[in-house]
Ligand binder design. Structure first.
Ligand code: PDD
Length: 284
């Protein structure tokens, strides 16, 4: 049984609980982060902490835990649960209060929940990794840069994909792809340029995305941060996604269109390799 963190206490998961009045439960008034673990160490912890602070700030949500305190809690959970490869999930809500749309008094304490999930992140060779995606209208709200727990639409999209024999959905707004339902989306053009949507309120600023683009620059690959159409994506030489749960992961089909050779391409393969290498070297 896992040990989880709830409001400052480390407890067995079957003893962990939060209030039914919690605003995370009632209003999705909560933000989250997912941090990957390799070799029992955390990847890009600072980036996740900084994005958490930004999400909290955009929602005017008070929060008092410092980076050091959160890091210590993450590390304790990784150690207590013997996580070698996997994920740490962190959620911060505006806390429990009588049901009212208006935010409660600032003195209402946050609810903070953290747990680990053991998961092989590097176990398979690239040849065995490939996903098919479908394109779906992006019906999410217009502040996708804030990492809130409003994940119903992404869940609907993943279920639509599953029903159609695919693995995920790429979301389309105004004819251009914003991102995947839980990852950032990329294509590689005929000329070998990596294209991914520029940062705005329309997408989440992926922590993995920032590291992957850094790897691309390190490898002297050309990168363009701009919108791309569904047609451009379908005609691309390669496509892939990035996230804390997938790292760099090849996409070999978009709707009915086979991408490139229908197998993971060399750009995705190289980026995945270097991303994992750099991450192992910098994990804390
Ligand atoms: N999802 N875009 C969306 C909509 C996401 O939900 C995520 C992450 C990303 C990639 O962000 P990062 O590289 O920081 O993981 C992009 C997490 C993994 C999840 O919901 O499980």
């Amino acid at each position: 049984m896992r040990i989880v963190y709830v409001n400052g206490h480390y407890v067995p998961e079957n003893e962990a609980s939060v209030s039914v009045f919690d605003r995370g439960f009632l209003f999705a008034d909560a933000v989250y982060e997912v941090t990957s673990v390799l070799d029992g160490k955390l990847l890009d912890f600072k980036g996740h902490y900084e994005r958490l602070k930004r999400s909290l700030n955009e929602l005017d949500m008070p929060f008092s835990m410092t980076e050091e305190e959160l890091l210590a809690a993450h590390r304790k959970l990784v150690a207590e649960n013997n996580i070698d490869e996997g994920l740490v999930y962190l959620q911060v809500t505006r806390g429990a209060a009588d049901r009212d749309f208006v935010y409660p008094d600032a003195s209402t304490p946050n609810t903070v929940v953290m747990f680990t999930q053991s998961k092989s992140l590097t176990g398979k060779p690239i040849e065995e990794l490939s996903m098919k995606v479908i394109t779906v209208d992006d019906l999410r709200w217009q502040r996708c840069d804030i990492k809130t727990v409003q994940l119903l639409y992404p869940s609907i999209v993943k279920n639509m994909a599953k029903k159609q024999g695919a693995d995920d959905g790429w979301l389309v707004r105004d004819g251009v792809i914003t991102e995947g339902s839980s990852n950032n989306a990329y294509i590689v053009t005929e000329e070998g340029t990596i294209v991914t949507r520029d940062l705005s309120h329309s997408i989440l600023a992926g922590i993995t995305r920032a590291s992957v683009l850094e790897c691309a620059r390190q490898l002297q690959m050309k990168v363009e941060e701009r919108p791309f159409t569904v047609e451009e994506a379908k005609a691309a030489k390669e496509a892939f996604v990035s996230s804390a749960t997938t790292f760099v992961y090849p996409v070999v089909q978009i709707d009915e269109a086979v991408i490139g050779t229908g197998k993971p391409g060399p750009v995705a393969a190289k980026l995945r390799e270097i991303y994992i290498e750099n991450s192992r070297a910098t994990a804390i």
